[in-house]
Design a protein around this ligand. Sequence first.
Ligand code: HEC
Ligand code: HEC
Length: 269
Amino acid sequence: MKKLSARRRHPLAAVVVLLLALAATGGLYAAFAPAGTAQADETSQSLAIDEGKKLYSVGCASCHGTGGQGTSDGPSLVGVGSAAVDFQVGTGRMPAQQPGAQVPKKKVIYSQAEIDQLAAYVASLGAGPITPTEKQYDSAGADIAKGGDLFRTNCAQCHNFTGEGGALTNGKFAPSLEGVDAKHIYEAMQVGPQNMPSFPDTTMPEKNKQDIIAYIKTVNGDNSASQGGLKLGGLGPVSEGLFGWIFGLGALVAVAIWVAAHTAKAKKS
Ligand code: HEC
Ligand code: HEC
C-alpha cells in the first residue's frame, strides 16, 4: 500500500501529458495537412470520375455512346457540363426509357452521390456549365418584383405568367414550374434543356437568376401566391376575362329571366 502511494504521480501529470499530446498532434497536422488535402481532393475527384464512368457504362452508354459521343438514340454529351447531368438525372428525365417528342419526368433512380459521380464523368469529357453551389441558387433576399419582370419577358411565353406551363408545337410542352427545386431551376436556365433557350451568366447574371427563382417560389405553392380570390389557373387576363363574361353575364341573364318569370306570374294573378 505504501509502495503504491509513493509511486503515485502528481495529480496534474495526466493533464500535462494530454496537453502535450494535443499540441503535438496539432503541430503535426498543421505541418502536413495542406499538402495532404489538396492531394486528397484530386484523388477523390478522379475516383468520382471512375465511379461515374462505371455507372455511365451501365445506364447511359447504350443511348449516348461509350465515350459520350452520342448515338442515333441520344445526343452527344461532350461539353454539356455537370449542370446538364445534374438537371436531367436529378429531375428524373434521364435515363430515358423510350423515344418520344419529349422525355418525361420520372422517379429519380440514382442517389445524389451517384448523380455527382455521373456529372463528374460527363464533365471530364468536355468543359460545360458547372453544377451551381447552394450559394448561387439561394434566393433569400432576392428581388421578387424584378424576378417577376424578368420572368414575364424571358419565360412567360412558354411557361405562362405564373409558371403553370403550356403546350408547344409537335407534342412538346413547357412544364409547370410548381415544386421544382431552386437548384434545378437554376440549372435549367444554365443549360436550356430541349426547346428551352439557355440563359448563361453573360445574358442573365447570377443575381437575376436568383430574382427569378424567388418569383417562381412566390407564385407557386411555397407562399400560396394567389393573394385573394380564385387563381383561375393563373392563366392571366384572358381566363379571368372569360370567367367574368361567362359567370358574370350568366348571373345577370339568370336574374333577368327570374324577374321576367315572376312579373309574368304577378300579372296573371
Ligand atoms: C433510352 C435512351 C437514353 C438513355 C438510356 C439515357 N439518355 Fe440521356 N438523352 C436521351 C435523349 C433522347 C436525349 C434528348 C432529350 C430531349 O431532347 O428531350 C437525352 C438528353 C440527355 C442530356 C441533355 C443533353 C443536352 O444537350 O443538354 C443529358 C445530360 C443526358 N441525356 C444524360 C444522360 C445520363 C447521365 C444517362 C444515364 C443515367 C442518360 N442520359 C441515359 C436518351 C437517353
Ligand atoms: C421557348 C420556350 C421556353 C422558354 C422561353 C423558357 N423555357 Fe423553360 N422549359 C421549356 C421546355 C420545353 C422545357 C422542358 C425541357 C425538357 O423536358 O427537356 C423547360 C423546362 C424548364 C424547367 C424544368 C422544369 C422541370 O419540371 O424540371 C425549368 C425550371 C424552366 N424551364 C425554367 C425556365 C425559366 C426560369 C425561363 C426563363 C428564364 C424559361 N424556362 C424559359 C421551354 C421554355
